[in-house]
Design a protein around this ligand. Structure first.
Ligand code: NAI
Length: 315
C-alpha cells in the first residue's frame, strides 16, 4: 500500500488554482497554509474562498462533512514562505519557467527529504522543471482541470528521477480529497488532457478551414453529441458499449475507422484567416462583454452536473 499521505498539505500561492486547491484540501480536513508574494492577492483570495464556500453550502455542493466555516478555518495565510513547506508543498504560481524555478529552489532549500514538491503547471515538463534542484527525486507535476472543484481530474506526471513512493502517495492524497488522479507512466508534451483537447481542436479547425462545417456546428457536435456521453464515460468505454464489447466493435468498424483516420486533418498554424473566422463567429454568438455572464452559465451547469452525478452515485 502507498505510504500515508503527509499529515498536513501545506502550500501554494493564492491565484485561481491555488485558491481552488486550498478549498479542496481544507474540505478533507487538511491544514492549508497559503503564501503569495502579493499580500493583497492573499487577502482577496481568503475573502473569495469564504464567499465560495458559503455559496457551495447553500447549494448543497460542499465537499466532505465539515461546514463551510469549519473548512474555512482550516486555511491560514502566511507571509513567511518557509511556513508553507511541510509534509507537502504545492506550487501554483504563473506559468513561467523562471518564476517556477525560483519558487522551487526556495522550497528545495528548506524542505525535508520526504516532503513532496508538486507543481500545477499546465504544460512544463517535470524533467525540465526539476532538473536543477537538490530534491528532484521528490518532484511531481499535479496538473488540475479548471475548475478543479467541478472537474476532478488531476494528471500526475513524474519525472524520470521521481522516487517510487511519490506517485502512489500523491495519488492517495488526491483520492482522499475526492479528486480523480490519472498517472502518466512518463512525461510527454501537453500531458494527456491537452493532447486530446488539441486533437479535437486541430480536427475542428481543419473542418472549418475546408468549409465543411461552421464553429457553431463543431461546438454542437461536442456539446449535444460527444460531450453528453463524455460527461460520464470516455471514448473506449463508449466503443465497448456501442457493440458487443471492444473486440466486436473492432470487428465491425475497424475498416471504417481506419479509413476515416487516414483522412484526419494535419497541423495548421493557430492563427491567420481561420482564426479570424472562428473569432468572428464566436463573438457574434457570445460578445466579449457577455463572457462573464456566460462563465456563470457554464458554472451553473457544472454544478448541476455534479449534483446529478452525486445523486445517481448515491442511488
Ligand atoms: P494566477 O495568475 O491566477 O495565480 C498565480 C498567483 O501566483 C498570483 O496570486 C500571484 O500573486 C502569485 N505569485 C506570483 N509570483 C509568486 C511567487 N514568487 N511566490 C508566490 N506566489 C507568487 O494563475 P493560475 O491560473 O492560478 O495558474 C497557476 C498555475 O496553474 C499555472 O502554472 C497554470 O498554468 C496552472 N493551471 C492553470 C489552469 C487555469 O485554467 N487557470 C488550469 C490548470 C493549471
Amino acid at each position: 500500500p502507498p505510504p500515508a499521505p503527509p499529515p498536513g498539505f501545506l502550500f501554494s500561492s493564492s491565484g485561481l488554482i491555488g485558491r481552488s486547491w486550498s478549498m479542496l484540501f481544507a474540505a478533507a480536513d487538511f491544514d492549508v497554509e497559503m503564501y503569495d508574494i502579493d499580500e493583497k492577492q492573499l487577502q482577496g483570495a481568503m475573502a473569495e474562498v469564504r464567499t465560495q464556500l458559503a455559496e457551495l453550502e447553500r447549494l448543497g455542493l460542499l465537499r466532505g462533512k465539515l461546514s463551510a466555516e469549519q473548512q474555512f478555518s482550516n486555511i491560514r495565510t502566511t507571509s513567511e514562505f518557509e511556513d508553507c513547506v511541510r509534509g507537502a508543498f504545492y506550487e501554483c504560481v504563473p506559468e513561467n519557467i523562471e518564476l517556477k524555478n525560483a519558487v522551487h529552489t526556495r522550497a528545495d532549500a528548506v524542505m525535508s527529504d520526504t516532503c513532496i514538491l508538486a507543481s500545477s503547471t499546465s504544460a512544463l515538463l517535470p524533467s525540465r522543471l526539476a532538473a536543477d534542484i537538490k530534491h528532484k527525486n521528490r518532484f511531481i507535476v499535479a496538473h488540475p482541470t479548471n475548475p478543479p472543484f467541478y472537474a476532478p481530474l488531476v494528471e500526475l506526471v513524474p519525472s524520470p528521477w521521481t522516487d517510487s513512493d511519490v506517485v502512489p502517495s500523491t495519488k492517495a492524497l488526491m483520492e482522499k480529497i475526492g479528486q480523480v488522479p490519472v498517472v502518466l507512466k512518463k512525461e510527454i508534451e501537453g500531458f494527456v488532457l491537452n493532447r486530446i483537447q488539441y486533437s479535437i481542436m486541430r480536427e475542428g479547425w481543419g473542418l472549418i478551414k475546408d468549409g465543411i462545417v461552421d464553429v457553431d456546428g463543431i461546438d454542437k457536435v461536442m456539446s449535444a453529441g460527444l460531450g453528453r456521453r463524455y460527461a460520464f464515460m470516455g471514448p473506449f468505454e463508449t466503443a465497448h458499449l456501442n457493440a458487443d464489447g471492444m473486440k466486436n466493435y473492432a470487428d465491425r468498424y475497424a475498416t471504417m475507422i481506419e479509413g476515416v483516420m487516414s483522412t484526419l486533418k494535419s497541423n495548421d498554424r493557430f492563427g491567420g484567416p481561420v482564426l479570424e473566422q472562428i473569432r468572428t463567429e464566436l463573438e457574434a454568438r457570445i460578445p466579449l462583454c457577455d463572457l462573464q455572464e456566460r462563465r456563470q452559465w457554464r458554472d451553473r451547469r457544472l454544478a448541476a452536473l455534479t449534483q446529478l452525478n452525486q445523486r445517481i452515485d448515491a442511488e
